[in-house]
Structure formats: structure tokens, C-alpha cells
Design a protein around this ligand. Structure first.
Ligand SMILES: *Cc1c(COP(=O)(O)O)cnc(C)c1O
Length: 392
């Protein structure tokens, strides 16, 4: 069968896919159906933190498949309890709700924040402050707080859109707070928007604002969390705690699972009947989450990210100085971006790299996004750079 032709016949064309059919993976390499090897600096969009074909991870899933895959949330199950315990212990937050995706984690966080304000005063129409160029997902609720206009246009009723402020501009956020503001949502490092880390002052300022006015602070760590930035959660690097945090992407390292996690202040806001999901937190997904936390610890992933992340950062700095077509290098840990000048097309660079066996992602603003599996080694960084330089 010609897979690509068949795909275009039966799968909705909501993506312009690259002409590659991926079949299997090993460590930080992927292989297509023709046996060609690719060095992966995309990780399935910051998902496969532990690399492909990780035997311990795979075995944990196989064991769970043979025991029990699904129960619904009408009963307790052991993997969900274990996974939630690990999340609570590592975040210092209070309670977890498991979802099937990042988008749904955002939906839950938004519902929680609205209900929290509603319980204080049910007469008001509440609104959320979100950031320009922020990304939170594609459902109507998640789109309502997503800062890229083209994603929202024609997709959601105008009235449900959030109030948008400039990322890293505390004064702008301040000027938009009213007595109807129930939450402020932001990524700690903007991913989709082009790899923009938050400033220390900005996050600290948001925390003070929210404390002062009893507004909930939501950190979306779906992309920047789970070790990606050299701490288990990126906000640790800033010493600023959210009231609600969302996780997904690398949380299950490939099994579709997300979560929103709430602090003591608001962890009892949603009560029985307020929110639900059939699959969310099922034993297969949460066995994956649990194993991910164990392997992060066993393999000292955070320390590794710090070391390799610094190496990658230095190399990208050097590259940015060497090539006139590179406008700027931004990043932290193993989450980096190279913004190219407008006259150079990122897509062209990415296509060339793919031909030469290197998978790279793009992000907003003509930026090459580097989000490799967290287990990469220095020689993989060197290999990536030699291919990238040829493409530039
Ligand atoms: C990917 C992403 C989402 C959406 O997650 P899905 O699993 O695609 O629904 C939300 N927020 C951020 C920061 C993301 O990177």
C-alpha cells in the first residue's frame, strides 16, 4: 500500500505532514518504513523524554496490560493512586485530576478557577487573563486562553475569549485585572509560541498580584515541565508556586495522559459531580506515569538535563554568533529555540534536515525548536549540529 496516498484519503487534512512514515524507534533515533534512520530532536513534540524502546518502561506497560487496562473512575485503581502520590510528592501541591491530554488538563484547570470565583460571588461573569503567543490547546475552552488569534478565529464564540496580556510584562497584566478576573494562566516557558522563558520578576509579580486579589495562578507546564528545563517542574527554577499546574506531553512519555494539579487553597473546589472523564487516569495510562517518575529518579534525568542542556545551549549560542541568518537563541535546559531572520524560512531548514536524517520542529516566530529526548548525550548534540550546519 502507498501509505501516504491512503492517509490523505482517510485522515482529515488538519496537518501538512512531512513525507515520512515512521515505524519504530530506538533510543534517540527513529526509523521510517524504508529503514532510514533519523536523529530525533522533536521527541514527538516534547513527549518521549525517556527515548524510544525503553525496556523498563515498555515492560511496566506490558505488565499492566495483562492485569487491567481500564476500570472507569467509579472505582479506585492502584496505578492511579501511586501516580497521583508521586505527582503530589514532587510538586508539593495537594490533589491531582488525570485527563487524556493536555487540552483537557487546561479545560479542567479553567473550570476549577471559574468555580473557585463563583463560590465567592455567583453574581459575576468571570474572565481569565492569558498571554499573547501562549498556547494551551485546541478545544473551545483551551482555545479561549490561547494567544494566537489565527487558532481562535472562526472556532469559538467571540464572547468566551480571554483577556490577553503581553508575556513578561507585569504592568500590562496589572492594567487588565478587574474584579471579574478569576485566574491568570501562563506557560513558564512558552513553547509553541517560540521558546520564550518567563522572567523571574514577571512570575514573582504574578504571584503577588494573585495573592493580593485572591486570583488563581495557573502554570501550564505541559511542555516545559517533567524535567525539560532542568528541574522536575520549570517553576521550581523561579521559586514561584502556582495554585494550579497542568501537565501532559512527557507525563506519560507516549501514553496519552495529562493532569491538572491543585494546591490546598483550591483542591476541594471541584466536588463529586463537577467534573469527570471515562478514560482519565485509567490504569494503563497511570502505570506509565508512575514508571516515568521512577525512571526519572533512577536515571537521574534532571541532573542529566542540566549537564547536556548547558552543552546544547553553549553550542547554539556559538551557532547564533556564527550565522548572520540567525536572529536569536533562546532556551533553558533541553528546550531551545533558534529564531531565524524573516528572509530565511524555518520550514525549508527543517525539510532539509529531515532529508539528512534529523528531525527538528518549528515554533512560532520563524523559530527552530529543539526538544530532544532528555536522555540525549553530547555526541548526539554534536551529530545534530553537524547536520544543522550543513542545512543552514
Ligand atoms: C501541547 C500543549 C498543550 C495541549 O496539549 P495536547 O496534549 O495537545 O492537548 C497545552 N499547553 C501547552 C503548553 C502545550 O505545549
Amino acid at each position: 500500500m502507498n501509505y501516504q496516498e491512503q492517509a490523505e484519503k482517510v485522515i482529515m487534512k488538519t496537518y501538512n505532514r512531512f513525507p515520512v512514515v515512521l515505524e519504530k524507534g530506538e533510543g534517540v533515533y527513529l526509523y521510517d518504513t524504508e529503514g532510514k534512520r533519523y536523529l530525533d530532536f522533536g521527541s514527538g513534540i516534547a513527549v518521549f523524554a525517556l527515548g524510544y524502546h525503553n525496556e523498563a518502561y515498555n515492560q511496566a506497560l506490558k505488565d499492566q496490560i495483562d492485569k487491567l487496562i481500564h476500570t472507569s473512575n467509579l472505582y479506585y485503581n492502584v496505578p492511579a493512586i501511586e501516580a497521583a502520590t508521586k505527582i503530589v510528592e514532587t510538586t508539593g501541591l495537594d490533589k491531582v485530576f488525570f485527563t487524556n491530554s493536555g487540552t483537557e488538563a487546561i479545560e479542567g484547570a479553567i473550570k476549577l478557577a471559574r468555580k473557585y470565583a463563583y463560590l465567592k460571588d455567583p453574581t459575576k461573569e468571570y474572565e481569565i487573563i492569558a498571554m499573547d503567543h501562549g498556547f494551551h490547546g485546541r478545544s473551545q475552552g483551551a482555545l479561549s486562553v490561547t494567544g494566537t488569534k489565527k487558532y481562535r478565529e472562526g472556532m469559538i464564540p467571540k464572547g468566551i475569549s480571554a483577556v490577553f496580556a503581553t508575556f513578561n510584562d507585569l504592568e500590562d497584566v496589572k492594567s487588565k485585572i478587574t474584579d471579574r478576573t478569576c485566574a491568570i494562566i501562563t506557560e513558564v516557558v512558552q513553547g509553541e509560541g517560540g521558546i520564550y522563558p518567563a522572567n523571574q520578576e514577571f512570575l514573582k509579580g504574578l504571584r503577588s498580584l494573585c495573592d493580593e486579589k485572591d486570583i488563581l495562578l495557573i502554570f501550564d507546564e505541559i511542555q516545559c515541565g517533567m524535567g525539560r528545563c532542568g528541574a522536575m517542574y520549570a517553576h521550581e527554577l523561579y521559586g514561584v508556586k502556582p495554585d494550579i499546574m497542568t501537565l501532559a506531553k512527557a507525563l506519560g512519555c507516549g501514553v496519552p495522559v495529562g493532569a491538572f494539579v491543585a494546591s490546598k487553597k483550591c483542591s476541594s473546589t471541584l466536588v463529586a459531580g463537577d467534573h469527570g472523564t471515562t478514560y482519565g487516569g485509567n490504569p494503563l495510562a497511570t502505570a506509565a506515569v508512575s514508571k516515568v517518575y521512577d525512571l526519572f529518579e533512577e536515571q537521574k534525568i534532571i541532573e542529566h538535563v542540566r549537564e547536556i542542556g548547558e552543552y546544547l545551549g553553549e553550542k547554539l549560542d556559538t551557532l547564533a554568533q556564527k550565522y548572520d541568518m540567525i536572529k536569536e537563541h533562546r532556551g533553558i535546559g533541553l528546550m531551545h529555540g533558534l529564531e531565524l531572520k524573516p528572509e530565511v524560512s524555518v520550514l525549508e531548514v527543517i525539510k532539509k534536515a529531515l532529508k539528512q536524517g534529523l528531525i527538528l520542529l518549528s515554533a512560532g516566530n520563524n523559530t527552530i525548536r529543539f526538544v530532544p529526548p532528555l536522555i540525549i548525550e553530547k555526541h548526539h548534540v554534536d551529530e545534530m549540529l553537524s547536520i544543522l550546519e550543513r542545512c543552514l
